[in-house]
Design a protein around this ligand. Structure first.
Ligand code: ADP
Length: 401
Protein backbone atom coordinates (compact mmCIF):
# COMPACT_ATOMS: atom_id res chain seq x y z
CA UNK A 1 0.00 0.00 0.00
CA UNK A 2 1.68 3.20 -1.09
CA UNK A 3 1.38 6.50 0.66
CA UNK A 4 -0.90 8.56 -1.54
CA UNK A 5 -0.34 11.64 0.54
CA UNK A 6 3.28 11.80 1.58
CA UNK A 7 2.74 15.19 3.13
CA UNK A 8 0.96 13.71 6.15
CA UNK A 9 2.73 12.30 9.17
CA UNK A 10 1.80 8.80 8.02
CA UNK A 11 1.06 5.60 9.83
CA UNK A 12 3.26 2.69 10.80
CA UNK A 13 2.07 -0.87 10.41
CA UNK A 14 3.30 -2.83 13.42
CA UNK A 15 3.52 -6.59 12.96
CA UNK A 16 3.97 -9.25 15.59
CA UNK A 17 4.38 -12.51 13.75
CA UNK A 18 3.97 -15.70 15.78
CA UNK A 19 4.13 -19.33 14.72
CA UNK A 20 0.44 -19.57 13.82
CA UNK A 21 -0.74 -15.99 14.25
CA UNK A 22 -0.01 -12.44 13.18
CA UNK A 23 -1.00 -9.49 15.35
CA UNK A 24 -1.12 -6.17 13.55
CA UNK A 25 -1.78 -2.59 14.43
CA UNK A 26 -1.82 0.50 12.26
CA UNK A 27 -0.60 3.36 14.42
CA UNK A 28 -0.18 7.08 13.89
CA UNK A 29 3.02 7.61 15.85
CA UNK A 30 2.63 11.37 16.17
CA UNK A 31 -0.79 11.31 17.82
CA UNK A 32 -0.57 7.81 19.28
CA UNK A 33 -3.91 7.01 17.60
CA UNK A 34 -4.66 3.46 16.49
CA UNK A 35 -6.27 3.46 13.04
CA UNK A 36 -6.87 -0.27 12.86
CA UNK A 37 -5.75 -3.43 14.60
CA UNK A 38 -6.40 -7.09 14.49
CA UNK A 39 -5.33 -10.67 14.83
CA UNK A 40 -4.97 -13.45 12.31
CA UNK A 41 -5.20 -16.79 14.04
CA UNK A 42 -4.77 -20.47 13.22
CA UNK A 43 -2.65 -19.88 10.15
CA UNK A 44 -2.18 -23.17 8.31
CA UNK A 45 -5.22 -24.79 9.94
CA UNK A 46 -8.53 -25.41 8.13
CA UNK A 47 -10.46 -22.96 10.32
CA UNK A 48 -8.51 -19.71 10.28
CA UNK A 49 -9.86 -16.48 11.70
CA UNK A 50 -9.19 -12.80 11.17
CA UNK A 51 -10.48 -10.39 13.79
CA UNK A 52 -10.23 -6.81 12.88
CA UNK A 53 -11.01 -3.53 14.69
CA UNK A 54 -10.95 -0.21 12.90
CA UNK A 55 -12.12 3.32 13.59
CA UNK A 56 -15.71 2.56 12.61
CA UNK A 57 -16.26 -0.94 13.94
CA UNK A 58 -15.21 -4.56 14.04
CA UNK A 59 -14.95 -7.25 11.37
CA UNK A 60 -14.47 -10.96 11.58
CA UNK A 61 -13.62 -13.35 8.75
CA UNK A 62 -13.37 -17.10 8.86
CA UNK A 63 -11.79 -19.53 6.46
CA UNK A 64 -8.54 -21.21 5.68
CA UNK A 65 -5.46 -19.01 5.82
CA UNK A 66 -2.87 -21.09 4.02
CA UNK A 67 0.26 -19.45 5.35
CA UNK A 68 1.71 -16.19 6.71
CA UNK A 69 1.80 -14.71 3.21
CA UNK A 70 -1.92 -15.32 2.74
CA UNK A 71 -2.55 -13.86 6.18
CA UNK A 72 -0.59 -10.71 5.53
CA UNK A 73 -2.17 -10.26 2.09
CA UNK A 74 -5.57 -10.47 3.74
CA UNK A 75 -4.54 -7.76 6.19
CA UNK A 76 -3.38 -5.45 3.42
CA UNK A 77 -6.56 -6.05 1.45
CA UNK A 78 -8.66 -5.18 4.47
CA UNK A 79 -6.58 -2.07 5.13
CA UNK A 80 -7.03 -0.99 1.48
CA UNK A 81 -10.74 -1.68 1.70
CA UNK A 82 -11.21 0.60 4.67
CA UNK A 83 -11.03 3.58 2.35
CA UNK A 84 -10.21 7.19 2.68
CA UNK A 85 -9.19 7.89 6.23
CA UNK A 86 -6.70 5.07 6.14
CA UNK A 87 -5.50 6.00 2.68
CA UNK A 88 -4.90 9.51 3.79
CA UNK A 89 -2.76 8.24 6.58
CA UNK A 90 -0.63 6.07 4.31
CA UNK A 91 1.79 3.47 5.58
CA UNK A 92 5.27 4.94 5.75
CA UNK A 93 7.06 2.12 7.58
CA UNK A 94 6.56 -1.34 8.97
CA UNK A 95 7.72 -2.01 12.53
CA UNK A 96 8.39 -5.65 13.32
CA UNK A 97 8.28 -6.88 16.89
CA UNK A 98 11.20 -9.28 17.04
CA UNK A 99 11.79 -11.45 20.05
CA UNK A 100 15.42 -12.48 20.42
CA UNK A 101 18.23 -10.19 19.34
CA UNK A 102 20.86 -12.23 21.18
CA UNK A 103 24.21 -10.49 21.55
CA UNK A 104 23.80 -9.01 18.08
CA UNK A 105 20.96 -6.46 18.13
CA UNK A 106 20.84 -3.78 20.81
CA UNK A 107 18.61 -1.20 19.19
CA UNK A 108 15.93 -0.74 16.52
CA UNK A 109 17.43 -1.91 13.24
CA UNK A 110 16.64 -1.29 9.59
CA UNK A 111 15.84 -4.70 8.16
CA UNK A 112 17.79 -5.99 5.16
CA UNK A 113 18.73 -9.49 4.02
CA UNK A 114 21.62 -9.66 6.48
CA UNK A 115 19.38 -8.76 9.40
CA UNK A 116 16.83 -11.42 8.43
CA UNK A 117 19.64 -13.97 8.22
CA UNK A 118 21.05 -12.94 11.59
CA UNK A 119 17.63 -13.18 13.29
CA UNK A 120 17.24 -16.61 11.71
CA UNK A 121 20.62 -17.67 13.08
CA UNK A 122 19.48 -16.64 16.56
CA UNK A 123 16.62 -19.14 16.33
CA UNK A 124 18.65 -21.59 18.38
CA UNK A 125 18.15 -19.27 21.37
CA UNK A 126 14.42 -18.73 20.67
CA UNK A 127 13.08 -21.70 18.71
CA UNK A 128 9.47 -20.83 19.54
CA UNK A 129 9.70 -17.22 18.38
CA UNK A 130 12.46 -16.22 15.97
CA UNK A 131 11.52 -18.53 13.05
CA UNK A 132 8.03 -16.99 12.95
CA UNK A 133 9.54 -13.50 13.13
CA UNK A 134 11.71 -14.36 10.14
CA UNK A 135 8.71 -15.47 8.07
CA UNK A 136 6.90 -12.26 9.03
CA UNK A 137 9.82 -10.11 7.88
CA UNK A 138 10.27 -11.99 4.62
CA UNK A 139 6.62 -11.87 3.65
CA UNK A 140 6.10 -8.25 4.68
CA UNK A 141 9.18 -7.07 2.80
CA UNK A 142 7.96 -8.81 -0.34
CA UNK A 143 4.47 -7.39 -0.02
CA UNK A 144 5.59 -3.86 0.92
CA UNK A 145 8.97 -3.50 -0.77
CA UNK A 146 9.12 0.27 -1.10
CA UNK A 147 9.02 1.35 2.52
CA UNK A 148 11.47 0.84 5.36
CA UNK A 149 11.02 -2.20 7.60
CA UNK A 150 12.41 -1.79 11.09
CA UNK A 151 13.01 -4.53 13.66
CA UNK A 152 12.47 -3.73 17.34
CA UNK A 153 13.82 -6.41 19.64
CA UNK A 154 12.23 -7.53 22.89
CA UNK A 155 15.69 -8.12 24.31
CA UNK A 156 17.29 -4.83 23.27
CA UNK A 157 16.55 -2.72 26.36
CA UNK A 158 18.13 -5.33 28.64
CA UNK A 159 21.36 -5.47 26.66
CA UNK A 160 22.66 -2.95 29.15
CA UNK A 161 22.12 -5.19 32.21
CA UNK A 162 25.11 -5.18 34.54
CA UNK A 163 27.22 -8.32 34.09
CA UNK A 164 26.46 -9.47 37.64
CA UNK A 165 22.75 -9.57 36.80
CA UNK A 166 23.15 -10.99 33.29
CA UNK A 167 25.53 -13.81 34.21
CA UNK A 168 24.41 -17.29 35.21
CA UNK A 169 26.74 -18.97 37.69
CA UNK A 170 27.66 -21.84 35.39
CA UNK A 171 30.89 -22.95 33.75
CA UNK A 172 32.16 -19.87 31.91
CA UNK A 173 33.35 -21.83 28.87
CA UNK A 174 29.93 -23.42 28.38
CA UNK A 175 28.25 -20.06 28.89
CA UNK A 176 30.48 -18.37 26.31
CA UNK A 177 30.33 -21.18 23.79
CA UNK A 178 26.53 -21.23 23.76
CA UNK A 179 25.85 -17.52 24.46
CA UNK A 180 24.10 -18.39 27.70
CA UNK A 181 23.23 -15.25 29.67
CA UNK A 182 20.21 -13.36 30.89
CA UNK A 183 18.80 -11.51 27.89
CA UNK A 184 15.44 -10.39 29.30
CA UNK A 185 12.24 -9.84 27.30
CA UNK A 186 9.30 -7.39 27.18
CA UNK A 187 12.05 -4.77 26.97
CA UNK A 188 10.01 -2.45 24.76
CA UNK A 189 7.26 -2.44 27.38
CA UNK A 190 9.54 -1.97 30.40
CA UNK A 191 11.31 0.94 28.69
CA UNK A 192 8.09 2.61 27.48
CA UNK A 193 6.32 2.24 30.81
CA UNK A 194 9.25 3.55 32.83
CA UNK A 195 9.37 6.71 30.72
CA UNK A 196 5.61 7.18 30.99
CA UNK A 197 5.90 6.71 34.77
CA UNK A 198 8.53 9.44 35.00
CA UNK A 199 6.33 11.77 32.93
CA UNK A 200 3.33 10.95 35.09
CA UNK A 201 5.29 11.80 38.22
CA UNK A 202 6.70 14.94 36.62
CA UNK A 203 10.19 13.71 37.47
CA UNK A 204 13.35 13.23 35.47
CA UNK A 205 13.77 9.53 34.75
CA UNK A 206 17.49 9.93 35.49
CA UNK A 207 16.69 10.33 39.18
CA UNK A 208 14.15 7.50 39.57
CA UNK A 209 14.41 3.93 40.84
CA UNK A 210 11.54 1.86 39.52
CA UNK A 211 10.23 -1.66 39.80
CA UNK A 212 8.09 -2.41 36.73
CA UNK A 213 5.72 -5.38 36.79
CA UNK A 214 4.54 -6.36 33.31
CA UNK A 215 1.74 -8.82 34.06
CA UNK A 216 0.09 -10.10 30.90
CA UNK A 217 -0.17 -13.60 29.57
CA UNK A 218 3.58 -13.57 29.75
CA UNK A 219 4.87 -11.75 32.83
CA UNK A 220 8.14 -10.15 33.82
CA UNK A 221 9.55 -7.80 36.43
CA UNK A 222 12.37 -5.33 36.06
CA UNK A 223 14.46 -3.09 38.27
CA UNK A 224 15.28 0.20 36.55
CA UNK A 225 17.59 2.92 37.86
CA UNK A 226 17.84 6.22 36.03
CA UNK A 227 16.15 4.72 32.98
CA UNK A 228 18.69 1.87 32.73
CA UNK A 229 17.91 -1.77 33.52
CA UNK A 230 19.51 -3.16 36.65
CA UNK A 231 17.83 -6.57 36.66
CA UNK A 232 14.97 -8.43 35.04
CA UNK A 233 13.18 -11.69 35.69
CA UNK A 234 13.18 -13.32 32.25
CA UNK A 235 16.42 -14.95 31.26
CA UNK A 236 17.97 -16.81 28.34
CA UNK A 237 14.36 -17.45 27.32
CA UNK A 238 11.03 -15.94 28.44
CA UNK A 239 10.49 -18.96 30.69
CA UNK A 240 12.25 -17.67 33.81
CA UNK A 241 10.86 -15.48 36.56
CA UNK A 242 7.25 -14.74 37.45
CA UNK A 243 4.40 -17.24 37.21
CA UNK A 244 2.66 -16.74 33.84
CA UNK A 245 -0.47 -17.89 32.05
CA UNK A 246 1.07 -21.12 30.81
CA UNK A 247 4.76 -20.82 31.78
CA UNK A 248 6.19 -21.96 35.07
CA UNK A 249 8.58 -19.09 35.71
CA UNK A 250 11.35 -19.97 38.19
CA UNK A 251 11.81 -23.63 38.96
CA UNK A 252 14.69 -25.72 40.24
CA UNK A 253 16.61 -26.67 37.07
CA UNK A 254 16.97 -30.07 38.73
CA UNK A 255 13.31 -30.67 37.85
CA UNK A 256 14.26 -30.74 34.16
CA UNK A 257 16.93 -33.40 34.72
CA UNK A 258 14.58 -35.38 36.91
CA UNK A 259 11.85 -35.38 34.27
CA UNK A 260 14.40 -36.34 31.63
CA UNK A 261 15.56 -39.27 33.73
CA UNK A 262 12.05 -40.52 34.38
CA UNK A 263 11.54 -40.66 30.63
CA UNK A 264 10.22 -37.36 29.28
CA UNK A 265 11.91 -36.15 26.12
CA UNK A 266 13.11 -32.59 25.68
CA UNK A 267 10.21 -31.46 23.51
CA UNK A 268 7.69 -32.79 26.02
CA UNK A 269 9.44 -30.96 28.86
CA UNK A 270 9.59 -27.81 26.75
CA UNK A 271 5.85 -28.08 26.09
CA UNK A 272 5.17 -28.82 29.76
CA UNK A 273 7.03 -25.78 31.07
CA UNK A 274 6.03 -23.33 28.34
CA UNK A 275 2.44 -24.33 27.59
CA UNK A 276 1.09 -26.55 30.36
CA UNK A 277 2.46 -24.89 33.48
CA UNK A 278 1.90 -21.59 35.27
CA UNK A 279 -1.71 -20.73 36.08
CA UNK A 280 -2.92 -23.22 33.48
CA UNK A 281 -0.89 -26.05 34.94
CA UNK A 282 -1.92 -25.38 38.52
CA UNK A 283 -5.59 -24.56 37.95
CA UNK A 284 -6.61 -25.69 34.46
CA UNK A 285 -7.10 -22.15 33.13
CA UNK A 286 -4.55 -19.62 31.90
CA UNK A 287 -6.79 -16.58 31.56
CA UNK A 288 -6.73 -14.49 34.73
CA UNK A 289 -10.43 -13.68 34.66
CA UNK A 290 -11.26 -17.37 34.39
CA UNK A 291 -8.92 -18.04 37.32
CA UNK A 292 -10.65 -15.44 39.48
CA UNK A 293 -14.02 -16.95 38.66
CA UNK A 294 -12.81 -20.34 39.86
CA UNK A 295 -11.41 -18.74 43.02
CA UNK A 296 -14.81 -17.14 43.70
CA UNK A 297 -16.47 -20.51 43.23
CA UNK A 298 -14.23 -21.95 45.94
CA UNK A 299 -11.89 -23.96 43.71
CA UNK A 300 -8.88 -24.81 45.88
CA UNK A 301 -6.40 -25.39 43.05
CA UNK A 302 -7.29 -22.00 41.60
CA UNK A 303 -6.83 -20.39 45.04
CA UNK A 304 -3.40 -21.98 45.37
CA UNK A 305 -2.45 -20.90 41.84
CA UNK A 306 -3.45 -17.32 42.70
CA UNK A 307 -1.40 -17.45 45.91
CA UNK A 308 1.68 -18.82 44.12
CA UNK A 309 1.32 -16.10 41.47
CA UNK A 310 1.14 -13.30 44.03
CA UNK A 311 3.87 -14.81 46.23
CA UNK A 312 6.28 -14.80 43.28
CA UNK A 313 5.54 -11.15 42.51
CA UNK A 314 6.20 -10.18 46.15
CA UNK A 315 9.50 -12.02 46.07
CA UNK A 316 10.66 -10.06 43.03
CA UNK A 317 9.44 -6.71 44.32
CA UNK A 318 11.37 -7.37 47.52
CA UNK A 319 14.54 -8.48 45.76
CA UNK A 320 14.51 -5.58 43.34
CA UNK A 321 13.76 -3.03 46.05
CA UNK A 322 16.93 -4.18 47.82
CA UNK A 323 18.97 -4.31 44.64
CA UNK A 324 17.99 -0.72 43.91
CA UNK A 325 18.55 0.41 47.50
CA UNK A 326 14.93 1.59 47.69
CA UNK A 327 12.41 2.54 45.03
CA UNK A 328 10.51 5.65 44.06
CA UNK A 329 7.69 3.78 42.36
CA UNK A 330 6.29 0.32 41.71
CA UNK A 331 4.52 0.27 38.35
CA UNK A 332 1.88 -2.21 37.21
CA UNK A 333 1.22 -2.83 33.54
CA UNK A 334 -0.05 -5.55 31.13
CA UNK A 335 -3.56 -7.04 31.00
CA UNK A 336 -3.51 -8.26 34.61
CA UNK A 337 -1.49 -5.37 36.04
CA UNK A 338 -3.71 -2.76 34.40
CA UNK A 339 -7.01 -4.40 35.24
CA UNK A 340 -6.78 -6.59 38.27
CA UNK A 341 -7.50 -5.01 41.63
CA UNK A 342 -6.74 -8.12 43.70
CA UNK A 343 -3.25 -8.76 42.35
CA UNK A 344 -2.24 -5.13 42.87
CA UNK A 345 -3.59 -5.13 46.42
CA UNK A 346 -2.28 -8.54 47.48
CA UNK A 347 1.17 -8.34 45.96
CA UNK A 348 1.90 -5.15 47.95
CA UNK A 349 -0.19 -5.87 51.06
CA UNK A 350 1.31 -5.36 54.51
CA UNK A 351 4.34 -3.42 53.32
CA UNK A 352 3.58 -0.21 55.23
CA UNK A 353 6.77 -0.49 57.24
CA UNK A 354 8.70 -0.45 53.93
CA UNK A 355 6.82 2.69 52.89
CA UNK A 356 4.50 0.99 50.40
CA UNK A 357 0.79 1.58 50.98
CA UNK A 358 -1.85 0.90 48.32
CA UNK A 359 -4.96 3.03 48.75
CA UNK A 360 -8.05 0.86 48.58
CA UNK A 361 -10.36 3.49 47.06
CA UNK A 362 -7.81 4.46 44.40
CA UNK A 363 -7.03 0.85 43.60
CA UNK A 364 -10.66 -0.12 43.18
CA UNK A 365 -11.81 3.07 41.39
CA UNK A 366 -13.37 2.38 38.02
CA UNK A 367 -10.67 4.17 36.07
CA UNK A 368 -8.51 3.45 33.08
CA UNK A 369 -5.36 5.11 31.92
CA UNK A 370 -2.32 6.22 33.86
CA UNK A 371 -3.04 6.61 37.55
CA UNK A 372 -1.67 6.56 41.07
CA UNK A 373 -3.06 3.94 43.43
CA UNK A 374 -0.81 4.53 46.43
CA UNK A 375 -2.00 6.37 49.53
CA UNK A 376 -0.83 9.93 50.13
CA UNK A 377 1.07 8.54 53.14
CA UNK A 378 2.97 6.04 50.97
CA UNK A 379 6.65 6.88 50.55
CA UNK A 380 6.73 4.73 47.43
CA UNK A 381 4.40 5.67 44.59
CA UNK A 382 2.36 2.80 43.22
CA UNK A 383 1.23 3.45 39.65
CA UNK A 384 -0.82 1.78 36.96
CA UNK A 385 0.59 2.66 33.54
CA UNK A 386 -0.98 0.97 30.49
CA UNK A 387 1.71 -0.33 28.20
CA UNK A 388 1.67 0.31 24.46
CA UNK A 389 4.41 -1.74 22.85
CA UNK A 390 3.03 -1.10 19.37
CA UNK A 391 3.20 2.65 19.78
CA UNK A 392 6.78 2.35 21.05
CA UNK A 393 7.65 0.17 18.04
CA UNK A 394 5.90 2.55 15.65
CA UNK A 395 7.84 5.51 17.02
CA UNK A 396 11.11 3.61 16.76
CA UNK A 397 10.29 2.67 13.16
CA UNK A 398 9.35 6.23 12.22
CA UNK A 399 12.83 7.38 13.15
CA UNK A 400 14.06 5.54 10.02
CA UNK A 401 11.64 7.24 7.62
P1 ADP B 1 -0.42 -10.61 26.30
O1 ADP B 1 0.76 -11.02 27.12
O2 ADP B 1 -0.97 -11.72 25.46
O3 ADP B 1 -0.23 -9.29 25.59
P2 ADP B 1 -2.27 -9.14 27.98
O4 ADP B 1 -1.31 -8.10 28.44
O5 ADP B 1 -3.36 -8.73 27.08
O6 ADP B 1 -1.54 -10.40 27.37
O7 ADP B 1 -2.91 -9.81 29.29
C1 ADP B 1 -3.76 -10.89 29.20
C2 ADP B 1 -4.21 -11.24 30.60
O8 ADP B 1 -4.85 -10.10 31.18
C3 ADP B 1 -5.22 -12.37 30.64
O9 ADP B 1 -4.87 -13.28 31.65
C4 ADP B 1 -6.53 -11.66 30.98
O10 ADP B 1 -7.39 -12.46 31.72
C5 ADP B 1 -6.02 -10.52 31.84
N1 ADP B 1 -7.04 -9.47 31.87
C6 ADP B 1 -7.45 -8.70 30.86
N2 ADP B 1 -8.47 -7.89 31.28
C7 ADP B 1 -8.69 -8.18 32.58
C8 ADP B 1 -9.58 -7.72 33.58
N3 ADP B 1 -10.48 -6.77 33.30
N4 ADP B 1 -9.50 -8.26 34.80
C9 ADP B 1 -8.59 -9.22 35.08
N5 ADP B 1 -7.73 -9.71 34.18
C10 ADP B 1 -7.76 -9.20 32.96
Amino acid sequence: MSNPNPGTAGAVLVLNSGSSSIKFKLVEPASGNTLAQGLIERIGEPEGRITFHHTTGKDERFGEILDHRAGLRAVLEILEGLGRPLHDAGIVAVGHRLVHGGNVFHEPTLIDDDVVRAVDELSELAPLHNPANVVGMEVAREELPDIPHVGVFDTAFFHGLPAKAATYAIDRDVARKYDIRRYGFHGTSHEYVSHRAADFLGRDIAELNLVVLHLGNGASASAIAGGRPVDTSMGLTPLEGLVMGTRSGDIDPGIVMHLRRVGMDVDTIDDLLNRRSGLKGMSGVNDFRALLKLVEEGDEDARLAYDVYVHRIRKYVGAYTFELGGVDAVVFTGGVGENNIDVRRDSLAGLGRLGIVVDDARNTADERGERRISADSSQVEVLVIPTDEELAIARAALAFV
